[in-house]
Ligand binder design. Structure first.
Ligand SMILES: [Zn+2]
Length: 319
């Protein structure tokens, strides 16, 4: 199927909070993102949903979601992300929550905004739009209304930027998300996941922790050269293991002139819980991150298993 892309939008509306992020990026400064939400929520006693993972928490435990956002802001995050990774319209329809799509997504934005307001810090809010749910069975064309719907709700509710969390997605899905995002007028960041294949090449793909399978799509170098034709915002390597992340940052730097960043994983998912492995201290993480910044990464945070302690450790790199 041929996908037609809208022309690149160079100028996008910046909110006050995004203006300060934009300025820091222009001045080659380091931006600190938050870490994972699901695992931190679980640590704080929130109940995970068998199907929707941590997606229901903004409605069931808003005080805990707000607390995690506040913990990340206190740890030094410049950007926090809405708890909307698993509240995609596609997954919510799939799991019988079709009447609550707007409510869940709006509440997630509101609770994050409350956290920023409570602490009165200059923090930007990223709205997470993802491919969580039964995307693969749908086909690319059928995904478009779901992306459009989540983008519209989150931008309408006032997030400062959108982060397309295209984790574990193949290139045509990523390109479809990027194309949908040109319809909204706020900054868009793209995150994708990578794996290292048997030939030690960096590939767009992911380790499926549920069936222990590794899905390998295409050479990351090819992907990034295609993505940059339709996207000029930051590109981040996310939800990937630490070693692969370091190599993927180098590949990204060699192939993309824009802003790059990373927020990797630690541990693995065993439905519906994130399992931690203690093979890396926050200081070890800080040392990895220092190398990535030297290699050109400007936005750093954490995904599943990287929590408040790690974000606190790396926030000393803010300059
Ligand atoms: Zn993750």
């Amino acid at each position: 199927m041929e996908i037609k892309f809208a022309p690149l939008q160079i100028a996008r509306n910046n909110t006050v909070s995004y203006s300060s992020i934009h300025e820091k990026l222009e001045n080659k400064k380091t931006i600190i993102l938050d870490g994972g939400m699901g695992a931190e929520l679980e640590k704080n006693g929130a109940k995970m949903d068998e199907k929707m993972w941590c997606g229901k928490c903004s409605v069931d435990h808003p005080e805990l979601v707000r607390k995690i956002h506040e913990d990340y802001i206190n740890a030094g995050a410049d950007v926090i992300t809405t708890n909307t990774y698993s509240t995609t319209p596609i997954s919510m329809r799939q799991y019988g929550y079709e009447d609550s799509i707007e409510d869940f997504n709006r509440k997630s934005v509101q609770v994050a905004k409350e956290a920023i307001k409570n602490l009165n810090k200059d923090v930007a809010l990223a709205g997470s739009v993802s491919t969580f749910g039964n995307f693969y069975k749908l086909g690319v064309k059928a995904m478009i209304p779901g992306f459009d719907e989540q983008l519209k709700i989150l931008s309408g509710e006032g997030v400062d930027l959108i982060i397309l969390e295209a984790m574990s997605s193949q290139a045509d899905i990523v390109e479809t998300m990027l194309n949908c995002s040109t319809k909204i007028n706020i900054p868009v960041w793209l995150s994708v996941s990578c794996v290292t294949n048997d030939q030690n090449q960096i590939m767009l793909g992911y380790n499926d922790t549920i069936d222990s399978d590794t899905h390998v799509y295409e050479n990351f170098e090819i992907s990034i050269n295609n993505f940059k034709k339709i996207h000029n915002g930051p590109i981040l390597v996310a939800h990937s293991d630490i070693k692969t992340t370091g190599k993927a940052i180098k590949t990204a730097r060699e192939n993309f002139d824009g802003v790059i960043g990373a927020y990797p994983n630690k541990g693995y998912y065993e439905k519906p819980h994130w399992r931690f492995i203690d093979d890396m201290t926050p200081d070890d993480y800080l040392n990895e991150v220092k190398t990535w910044i030297k290699d050109g990464a400007q936005i750093i945070g954490g995904c599943c298993g990287i929590g408040v302690d790690e974000i606190k450790a790396i926030s000393i790199l803010k300059n």
